[in-house]
Design a protein around this ligand. Structure first.
Ligand code: AMP
Length: 209
């Protein structure tokens, strides 16, 4: 099954995609992770993307479309995948429709107030990508999995968070309508606890655990 996870930044797309993909045995394709890796490796794509990402803006459509198009040709995608963070504009969705058939779009809906709290308190492990929230860390500064010092993503700083939410409402939210009209959209309440959200997503995908 080819699936898109749609939702505002901080809705839990990445966390849920990781769990659901492990469950279904299909790859998670996160454009945010691919772009961060490109920046870390100082590739041409990374150099093009960095200033946009630091400002909380979307990376130009052509750059992101090209990396997804190439990734979907990999052999591990042949039995399905979850797109996490792509498409983010109607132009990206239209381009995707030309090179991929999408079966379901899961919109993980969360109110802005909850998102601001989640994003500005988020800490990540730069080594393994695990995410934490300061409210649950009780002062701990290291990753529980590998002991690496946790960091705050540059784009999780308060001023950038508000910008990312504005960008989401302006450029990405229209995709809800876009996929609703195609009859493949389902909505999950992403403000519930992590396990509830996972169950709701698997139910809506008709997947058993
Ligand atoms: P994420 O990890 O999904 O929150 O993405 C982090 C940042 O990467 C976003 O704020 C954008 O700057 C960039 N990005 C990720 N996916 C896309 C996309 N589909 N289109 C444009 N920019 C993207």
């Amino acid at each position: 099954m080819n699936i898109i996870f749609l939702g505002p930044p901080g809705a839990g797309k990445g966390t849920q995609a990781q769990i659901v993909c492990a469950n279904l045995g299909i790859p998670q394709i996160s454009t945010g992770d691919m772009l961060r890796s490109a920046i870390a490796h100082q590739t041409e794509t990374g150099l093009k993307a960095k200033s946009y990402m630091d400002a909380g803006q979307l990376v130009p459509d052509a750059v992101v479309i090209a990396i997804v198009k190439e990734r979907l040709t990999d052999v591990d995608c042949k039995n399905g995948y979850v797109l996490d963070g792509f498409p983010r504009t109607v132009e990206q969705a239209q381009a995707l429709a030309v090179f991929a058939g999408i079966d379901k779009v899961v919109n993980i809906a969360v109110q802005d107030e909850v998102l601001v709290k989640r994003l500005s308190g988020r800490r990540v492990c730069p080594a393994c990508g695990a995410t934490y929230h300061v409210a649950l860390l009780s002062g701990e500064t290291k990753c529980a999995a590998d002991g690496t010092t946790l960091i705050q993503r540059d784009d999780d700083k308060p001023e950038t968070v508000l910008n990312r939410l504005n960008v989401y409402h302006r450029q990405t939210a229209p995709l809800i309508d876009f996929y609703q009209r195609k009859g493949i959209l389902c909505v999950v309440d992403g403000s519930q606890g992590l396990e509830h959200v996972t169950t709701a997503i698997l139910d809506t995908l008709g997947a058993t655990r």
